[in-house]
Design a protein around this ligand. Structure first.
Ligand SMILES: [Zn+2]
Length: 257
């Protein structure tokens, strides 16, 4: 598996924390300028079918403000030796703008023409059907999704699903209604790609920390606890789309004596 970064987000100081400690993550992760800068991660899993988990923010600079900037994904893919048409599966964690940016061009044409696109059905309902999401789809991304759906190139997932022999979707609602975690396994090795269910390693132990964009904070916490406990029990690495430097983390549990 290869981690690719499409760009970066400068997150507000109170983006990740608890009501009692709203700047919890910022206080630990801020750089020398006092900014919490997180990557926009995507993950390539090569195999008989090449899988790309998430599609970054796309070639944009949000409001020209330099606080959310994408643009690197296709270059990073090229460095990895692949063209967009070599991707067979696009597995989306959810439909927020920093995860679907390279889905289509400005005319709504798919940029990964050979890929079957996997989306949690709860996100399809929330972002595409009811279109009431607080962070809505950009019009060209919505147009791309509608086009892909008409072609039969979208698979909506209600529950857990083995997508390839090495990649399994785990239903992980809360951050968004149809959010997905992807478990990647090879032999005895396993990694859990958290998407935005977990934003940083500290949130694997600070389970009460919520993200400002969690659609349902209570459900997001339940989901976080469920999968962090699973990692504790079964071992393996955890890695979210915005973990600093896209470095996977392992939970080392001190059980006491
Ligand atoms: Zn995100």
């Amino acid at each position: 598996m290869v981690a690719l970064s499409d760009g970066f987000i400068v997150m507000d100081p109170d983006f990740i924390g608890s009501p009692e400690h709203p700047t919890g993550a910022h206080d630990i992760l801020a750089d020398a300028r006092g900014e919490m800068v997180m990557p926009i991660g995507c993950f390539l899993i090569r195999g008989e079918r090449n899988v790309l988990v998430d599609l970054g923010y796309g070639p944009h600079d949000e409001n020209g403000a330099g606080t959310m900037v994408g643009g690197n994904l296709l270059h990073e893919l090229r460095v990895a030796g692949l063209r967009p048409e070599d991707i067979d599966v696009v597995a989306l964690s959810h439909l927020h703008p920093d995860h679907v940016g390279w889905l289509g061009d400005s005319d709504g044409r798919p940029l990964f023409p050979s890929a079957q696109v996997y989306i949690g059905s709860g996100d399809w309902d929330h972002f595409v059907v009811s279109a009431t999401a607080a962070l809505p789809l950009a019009p060209h991304i919505r147009a791309t999704l509608v086009d892909l759906f008409a072609r039969g190139s979208i698979t909506l997932m209600e529950s857990d699903l083995a997508i390839t022999p090495h990649v399994t979707r785990l239903s992980a609602p809360g951050h968004t209604p149809g959010h997905s975690i992807y478990a990647v396994h090879s032999g005895d090795d396993r990694a859990m790609l958290f998407g935005d269910a977990v934003y940083c390693a500290e949130q694997m132990t600070e389970l009460d920390w919520a993200a400002a964009t969690d659609v349902d904070r209570v459900l997001a916490r339940e989901t976080r606890e469920k999968y962090v406990r699973q990692l504790e029990r079964e071992g393996g690495l955890g890695l979210g789309c915005h973990f600093p430097a896209l470095t996977a983390q392992r939970l080392l549990i001190s059980r006491g004596d």
